[in-house]
Design a protein around this ligand. Structure first.
Ligand SMILES: Nc1ncnc2c1ncn2[C@@H]1O[C@H](COP(=O)(O)OP(=O)(O)OP(=O)(O)O)[C@@H](O)[C@H]1O
Ligand SMILES: [Mg+2]
Length: 220
């Protein structure tokens, strides 16, 4: 589903990823680990084609980085749920509206929007908070809303960039459990984190970025 062929990218002559070959299958749970500044976010940005490789090809479903047209990029992104590293909810909209927002730009019918939003809010355990405003939720709850928002388009894969960055250990493990649940229901997960303890508990396939290369680890 996601495929990297000899992918290299540098910033200002500094190689970040060099000759990466990588395949992520449908329904897989992959953890991408590595120190801060090593290239985790860069790799995710290559997947959702916010960046393009200097050489090599990134393919996601039927799209690839060599032939994709600018107008197709929103279509590609609709097949991916993206949880950004610096997650933000719209402060002037309630939880329901925050999640529905991602659907309103598509041509999904009002009634179906309602159904889908309520379903994903139930999936993340926050149905009862649907009328609250973001600042009335804890950090962990807000992160669940961000995950619900990423799921509402029913993506093939969820890209989660440091989704527990600002959370305490217990809340982080609860978010991890939520990601595992989502994965069990069939959505592939790519979790980027420098939290090795989280990865240890994830029971996922582990890819480590180091010195611009990726290695698969048996354990961590
Ligand atoms: N647009 C850019 N221009 C120049 N350098 C960049 C750019 N984006 C990223 N970098 C550099 O590329 C390297 C990798 O950045 P990246 O954000 O992928 O790291 P990361 O592994 O996600 O780090 P963190 O764990 O801190 O989020 C860093 O050294 C960063 O400074
Ligand atoms: Mg990052």
């Amino acid at each position: 589903m996601i495929d990297f062929k000899n992918v290299s990218i540098s910033f200002k002559n500094q190689p970040i990823l060099q000759n990466i070959n990588l395949h992520i299958n449908q329904g897989e749970f992959v953890s991408l680990v590595g120190e801060s500044g090593i290239g985790k976010t860069t790799l995710l940005r290559l997947i959702y084609m916010d960046l393009f490789p200097d050489s090599g090809i990134v393919s996601v479903g039927k799209f690839n980085s060599l032939t994709i047209q600018k107008k197709e990029i929103p279509l590609l992104r609709r097949t991916l749920g993206i949880v950004f590293q610096d997650f933000k909810l719209l402060e002037d909209r309630n939880i329901f509206e925050n999640v529905a927002f991602a659907l309103q730009v598509t041509n999904v019918k009002r009634k179906d929007i309602q159904k889908r939003v309520l379903r994903v809010l139930a999936d993340v355990g926050l149905s009862h908070k649907r009328s609250n405003m973001p600042d009335e939720l804890s950090g962990g709850e807000q992160q669940r809303v961000v995950i619900a928002r990423a799921l509402v388009n029913e993506p093939l894969a969820l890209l989660a960039d440091e989704p527990t960055g600002n959370l305490d250990p217990n809340t982080s493990f609860e978010i991890l459990d939520l990601l595992k649940d989502i994965n069990r229901k069939g959505t592939a997960i790519v979790l980027a984190t420098h939290n090795y303890e989280l990865v240890r508990r994830s029971e996922s396939r582990i890819l480590q970025i180091k010195d611009a290369n990726i290695t698969e680890l048996e354990s961590i």
